[in-house]
Unconditional design. Structure first.
Length: 232
C-alpha cells in the first residue's frame, strides 16, 4: 500500500484561504498519474493500490471553512476567482484515479465540508461535528458543496445541512451517509481499501465522473457499484 497524505496546518484554524487552496491544488497535481507504473516497451503495470488521505495536524480540528477575513476585502471579480479556484481544486481531487479518504477529527464546517465531499470516503473521529452555516450568515458556498452533496445525501438530509443549518454529530453524519464510518482508528478500513483492484477503481471513477455518454440512471448504477466496493 502506498499512502499519500495532505496534512492541513496553517498554525490556526486551517482556513481555506486562496493560499491554502493553492497549496492543496499543488499537492493534488503532484499525484496525477501516480497509480500506474510503465514497463519500458511493454504494457502498463499496476503499482500497489495508492490511497490519498487528507487530515489535519491541528488536534480536534479538521478545517474551519473559507477565510472570511480575506473575503471581506473582495469585490465581485475576486470572489469569482476564489470560487473558481475552490471548484477546480475539488474537481481535481475527484478526478484522481485511486481511492481518496478525508480523515476528519473535530469540526468540519462550511467550505471544509465542501472539501470533504470531494473525497470518495469520509472517516470521522467520534467528537467530530459537521455543519454548513452559509444560509445563516447570508452567503452561499462557491466551492461546489451545494451540488456535490447529491453523491452521498438524500434531499431531506441535505436540507438539514444547507437550509436548517443543523450541526451534526459524527453519529448523526453516519446515520445520513455523510460519513462512512466513525471510530478512533481506521487501520482495518484502510487495510480493506488496499485489497481493491486499482484498475477497477480507476475505471469506475472515470465512468461515474467523466463519461458524458452515460445517462443519469447509468451513472447512478455505477455509483452504487463503486459504493459497494467501499462498503464498510
Amino acid at each position: 500500500m502506498t499512502i499519500h497524505e495532505i496534512v492541513l496546518d496553517d498554525g490556526g484554524m486551517n482556513l481555506l484561504s486562496s493560499a491554502m487552496l493553492g497549496w492543496i491544488g499543488e499537492r493534488v497535481a503532484e499525484l496525477q498519474g501516480c497509480s500506474v507504473a510503465e514497463e519500458p516497451g511493454g504494457p502498463a503495470l499496476e503499482a500497489p493500490q495508492p490511497i490519498l488521505i487528507l487530515r489535519s495536524a491541528r488536534p480536534h480540528l479538521f478545517a474551519a471553512g473559507a477565510d472570511m477575513a480575506e473575503m471581506r476585502g473582495f469585490g465581485a471579480g475576486e470572489a469569482e476567482v476564489l470560487a473558481r479556484q475552490g471548484q477546480e481544486v475539488m474537481a481535481a481531487i475527484e478526478r484522481l484515479p485511486f481511492v481518496t479518504v478525508a480523515m476528519i477529527d473535530g469540526d468540519c464546517f462550511g467550505g471544509a465540508l465542501d472539501l470533504a465531499l470531494a473525497f470518495d470516503l469520509r472517516f470521522a473521529a467520534p467528537a467530530s461535528r459537521f455543519s454548513h452555516p452559509g444560509a445563516k450568515i447570508g452567503i452561499v458556498t462557491g466551492f461546489g458543496g451545494t451540488s456535490r452533496w447529491r453523491k452521498v445525501l438524500a434531499p431531506a438530509a441535505a436540507k438539514q445541512l444547507f437550509l436548517a443549518n443543523r450541526v451534526l454529530t459524527a453519529e448523526d453524519a453516519l446515520s445520513i451517509g455523510l460519513v462512512d464510518c466513525v471510530g478512533d482508528s481506521f487501520d482495518d478500513e484502510l487495510g480493506r481499501l488496499t485489497a481493491l483492484d486499482p484498475r477497477t477503481t480507476r475505471f469506475l471513477k472515470e465512468l461515474t465522473a467523466h463519461d458524458d455518454r452515460l445517462t443519469a440512471s447509468q451513472r447512478l448504477l455505477l455509483a452504487e457499484r463503486l459504493g459497494r466496493l467501499y462498503d464498510f
